[in-house]
Design a protein around this ligand. Structure first.
Ligand SMILES: NC(=O)c1ccc[n+]([C@@H]2O[C@H](COP(=O)([O-])OP(=O)(O)OC[C@H]3O[C@@H](n4cnc5c(N)ncnc54)[C@H](OP(=O)(O)O)[C@@H]3O)[C@@H](O)[C@H]2O)c1
Length: 318
């Protein structure tokens, strides 16, 4: 298949391109940076330099590539995120999820593409009530922390317009929290420095995903799955009190500190408190059933022990 990957030089793109090429797909890959074009070529793709917020340039690049499928992996998170000012640090990502999605959908439709796959996220967007694990049929949070409202609105927008883009077959992949090569250094750094404490009861439930498995699910979604939204996460949603001490042990760090909610709110804000105490995890049953995908790293237990730097699971690592 001819595939156009927008935002291909990031953490997920660098895992995705070799998997697409290995499956025999012919890939055009975008970056804004001429300096990254050589890397995209090394990964087996034909690079194109384009800004995802420039509708004309996107239209032209996609038209030239004549893709059968378009994959939207554009985010702007490389600068890290300050949870206290969540919407501010996600501002460009939110534009890429709204305007960027519109531009790419229009370009894909005009070029006669058949399939459109877009990156979304699962974890904090889930409703923070009821059971610990949510499916795609559960509602999203109707009352997110004030600092996350714009970011949730952008996710809602993307998740509404992509599956409704017929005749394009629009698939939204809600990736869980990434770890793995190029995806977890900052996070692990905080754990090593004991700057990621358990706040309150640590009852927040997280769904993780090895970045290589995110890429594999994306390849699967080129050929499988009806238009719609899919949670792409591992098999073991887990409370902060389970995974955070485990991660600290796995990287040889001291156990995480524990701090009360009031101190967490003061030090890191409401988003950090809800992430540590209230968020819900996600079920991958639909993705397994309809995309024919299985995570090679079924649990963060195995992944944190052997998969933070590795692209392939080591047999017996758990
Ligand atoms: N589910 C998750 O947990 C999740 C999801 C995404 C990212 N992350 C994490 O966030 C961190 C940063 O991610 P990242 O390394 O992928 O970097 P990033 O800054 O999020 O960039 C991702 C891709 O989006 C592109 N992009 C950014 N702004 C663009 C624009 N205006 N127009 C077109 N393309 C644009 C970048 O292109 P250029 O090549 O032009 O810079 C890059 O290819 C990593 O640790 C990653 O694991 C986590």
């Amino acid at each position: 298949m001819r595939v156009f990957v927008a935002g291909a030089a990031g953490a997920i793109g660098q895992q995705l391109l070799p998997q697409l090429v290995a499956q025999g797909h012919q890939v055009t890959a975008s970056t804004r940076s001429p300096a990254k074009a050589a890397r995209l070529r090394e990964l087996g793709a034909e690079p194109v330099v384009v800004d995802g917020l420039d509708a004309m340039a996107v239209g032209e690049a996609v038209a030239r590539a004549e893709p059968e499928a378009v994959v939207h992996q554009m985010t702007s998170l490389a600068g890290g995120s300050d949870l206290r000012y969540f919407d501010r640090t996600f501002a460009v990502t939110n534009r890429l999820r709204t305007q960027g999605t519109d531009h790419l959908l229009a370009a894909a439709a005009a070029a006669g593409a058949r399939r459109f796959i877009a990156q979304s996220y699962t974890g904090w967007p889930n409703i923070r009530g009821g059971g610990p694990v949510k499916t795609e049929d559960d509602p999203l949070d109707s009352d997110p922390p004030a600092a996350q409202r714009e970011s949730l609105a952008a996710i809602r927008y993307l998740e509404r317009v992509v599956p409704a883009a017929a005749p394009l077959q629009g698939i939204v992949l809600r990736y869980g929290s990434f770890y793995g090569p190029g995806a977890s250094d900052a996070f692990v750094g905080l754990v090593r420095k004991r700057r990621l404490p358990v706040i309150g009861d640590g009852a927040g439930v997280w769904s993780f995903l090895h970045i290589r498995d995110a890429a594999a699910a994306t390849v699967a979604a080129l050929e499988h799955g009806r238009p719609g939204v899919y949670n792409v996460v591992d098999d073991e949603p887990a409370r902060v009190t389970e995974w955070l001490p485990f991660l600290a042990r796995a990287v040889g760090a001291q156990p995480p500190r524990r701090i009360p909610v009031w101190l967490g709110r003061l030090a890191a804000g409401e988003v950090a408190v809800t992430a540590m105490t209230q968020i819900r995890g996600s079920s991958n049953a639909r993705a397994k059933r309809e995309l024919g995908w299985q995570p090679a790293w079924p649990s963060w237990r195995q992944g944190f022990s052997g998969g933070l730097a590795a692209a392939e699971p080591v047999r017996g690592a758990a």
